[in-house]
Design a protein around this ligand. Structure first.
Ligand SMILES: [Fe+2]
Ligand SMILES: [Fe+2]
Length: 192
């Protein structure tokens, strides 16, 4: 059942990233110059970790095992699987909007802003739905042998920003985030 705590901690990390994106938008709204480097770093993290590891592990291990043991969960499992696909579509829109904003400037900001806020709201709701609907059902219905397989899959890939191996290409991004995030998440007194 270790996968449950891994999923929850990956959701918490995702939440910190979504929070950072909202804050970056807020600071541009307040007239600050956009920090494109941080946006690129956060988007790369979302692509590399969330879309390539977190969601596929749910799709390939957690959801099918739960479906087999609790067929009554079929509609919620289908809905969450569709949300993984929808989330990727929203992500690509946000990425295209970032590119247009960086290339063309302020005229493209309102569209970029919309895509980011839509994405953060969507992914937050998605993770919450999994925690409310899927994790409790899984805890109840899955057997030890199911967990063995699911746990092995979730233990395989460490979060590149928030995991233990901090010394990687995301280290600078993490340093930047920590120095800018308000306490208790970061060291900054306030979002500067
Ligand atoms: Fe998910
Ligand atoms: Fe999830």
């Amino acid at each position: 059942m270790r996968a449950i705590s891994i999923i929850k901690s990956e959701h918490k990390n995702l939440d910190a990233v979504l929070y950072s994106l909202d804050k970056l938008i807020e600071e541009i709204d307040d007239g600050k110059h956009p920090d494109f480097g941080i946006f690129h770093g956060l988007f790369t993290y979302i692509d590399r970790f969330l879309d390539r590891f977190h969601h596929p592990k749910e799709n390939h291990y957690l959801f099918p095992k739960l479906l087999a043991r609790a067929p009554e969960s079929e509609s919620i499992i289908r809905e969450l699987g569709q949300q993984h696909t929808e989330g990727e579509i929203l992500f690509v829109e946000m990425l295209k909007a970032l590119s247009a904003y960086e290339f063309s400037g302020a005229a493209e900001y309102p569209h970029f802003r919309d895509t980011v806020l839509r994405y953060t709201e969507f992914e937050r709701r998605h993770a919450q739905l999994e925690e409310d609907e899927i994790l409790p059902r899984a805890r109840e219905a899955l057997q030890a042998a199911d967990w063995e397989e699911i746990d092995a899959a979730f233990e395989q890939n460490e979060d590149p920003i928030f995991g233990k191996k901090w010394n990687n290409e995301f280290s600078d991004l993490l340093d930047k985030l920590i120095s800018r995030m308000p306490a208790p998440l970061g060291l900054g007194d306030d979002w500067k």
